[in-house]
Design a binder for this molecule. Structure first.
Ligand SMILES: Cc1cc2nc3c(=O)[nH]c(=O)nc-3n(C[C@H](O)[C@H](O)[C@H](O)COP(=O)(O)O)c2cc1C
Length: 391
């Protein structure tokens, strides 16, 4: 047989995973009715689903293999069948391509080249949802209301409060305080379309570059209304537009330097379905006239922050800042806004044509006019948005 050189994939975590299921048979045989099953799970970001099940023999073999040095397969202490099984799972990489499995080597090389901090790479890869309907799931298991939650868990322990030493003066409210008070996550959007100019204004305020500096060729620093880790502004706005005057419903990418849209072809007849998929079935968000997927391009940040424990965290924070600016900008223009991390990343990647090894969908925001009536609960205890008669 031809000598085949192999090495381990670059990022790999092994998790001893336990699944628990109820069995009537286990009750009759005198136990607590729960059947527990332990199995090893290999977590590796270059895999399509971010993980794959393995057995104990594979765990030992993987522990012996170098992720950097190629060795002949016979030196790894396993049988050819064991090595081949690990190659087919994508956890052991063969130097010479095996038909149908080349993508594992190519994707592993891309993870190596991307300068990820390994734990962040694993978390980003594994945390992506596909076809989740979180609204239906919560209704099914009764966790969509506080009363329902209380049936499934104890009340949280109150945290001990520190004693107050110095009381701070309360200030007269000004216009900015009023704006902050009116920021309430919107779950009741009107069918009213957005005026073109209002939409343009929102995009300009939140996502446009106000200045661009290029200290060396190819390295461009944008200035935006929100801060950004390292000043890289690695987060772009990918839009699903349902109702904006003068724009075809469909998918777009916003270009922050040109303050322009680039159309992403296809799907204009399916926007409603795509909107629902984007926000994992949360129908209280999916009829917003504009939804924005906040998409980070990893290499723009990792170019500087190589193998950096904080780089991915900074990208997540960047999306948080953009979403708050979007909330406040929408509130200022008499609109409602939302942000959610309960999203189907995989469907969003497919609809916008995003490569998950290059780009990560961190959150989805949306904005539009509020409906006349509140039919889905919003957190507005001060009635800053909804008067007592409206809700
Ligand atoms: C990161 C993040 C994720 C959120 N995800 C959801 C969500 O999945 N569904 C939802 O209805 N609201 C979501 N929200 C909105 C919160 O529920 C809301 O901010 C909170 O209840 C406080 O209400 P307020 O924003 O009106 O002050 C999210 C907010 C943040 C910041």
């Amino acid at each position: 047989m031809k000598v085949m050189n192999i090495r381990r994939c670059s990022v790999l975590f092994l998790e001893p995973n336990e699944t628990v299921r109820f069995s009537l048979g286990a009750v009759f045989s005198g136990g607590d009715g729960l059947v527990r099953h332990s199995a090893w799970q290999a977590i590796a970001p270059h895999l399509e689903n971010g993980m794959v099940g393995i057995d104990e023999g594979m765990v030992i073999m993987l522990g012996k293999l170098s992720p950097s040095r190629w060795v002949p397969w016979g030196d790894c202490g396993g049988t050819y069948e064991q090595v081949h099984a690990l190659i087919q799972k994508g956890l052991v990489i063969a130097a010479e391509d095996i038909p149908g499995l080349e993508h594992f080597r190519l994707d592993d090389e891309r993870v190596r080249a991307a300068d990820w901090w390994p734990l962040a790479a694993a978390s980003a890869g594994l945390g992506r949802w596909s076809d989740v309907d979180s609204a239906a799931d919560m209704e099914r298991n009764g966790t969509n209301t506080v009363a329902g939650l209380m049936k499934t868990r104890e009340a949280p322990m109150p945290e001990p409060e520190s004693s107050a030493d110095t009381f701070l003066p309360r200030c007269e409210s000004d216009a900015f305080d009023d704006l902050l008070r009116r920021r309430v996550t919107c779950r009741n959007f009107s069918v009213r379309a957005l005026e073109h100019a209002v939409f343009a204004r929102m995009m300009e305020r939140v996502f446009a570059a106000t200045h661009v500096k290029e200290p060396v060729q190819g390295l461009r620093f944008l200035k935006r209304s929100s801060p950004s880790g390292g000043g890289f502004h690695a987060t772009d706005a990918y839009l699903l537009i349902q109702r904006v005057a003068g724009l075809e419903p469909g998918l777009y990418r916003y270009l922050p330097e040109a303050h322009a849209l680039s159309r992403i072809e296809g799907c204009s007849d399916q926007v409603e379905t795509l909107a629902g998929q984007m926000v994992a079935g949360q129908h209280w968000f999916s009829n917003a006239p504009v939804m924005v997927a906040l998409v980070a391009t990893y290499r723009r940040s990792f170019w500087k922050y190589r193998n950096h424990a904080k780089a991915y965290r900074a990208l997540i924070l960047d999306s948080g800042h953009l979403s708050q600016t979007l909330y406040l900008s929408a509130t200022d223009k008499g609109m409602g806004a939302f942000v959610t991390a309960a999203i189907n990343e995989k469907q969003i990647e497919t609809m916008f044509g995003l490569d998950p090894l290059e780009k990560g969908v961190i959150a989805v925001c949306g904005f539009g006019y509020r409906a006349e009536e509140m039919t889905i609960t919003e957190f507005d205890p001060g009635r800053a948005v909804w008067s007592a008669t409206q809700s």
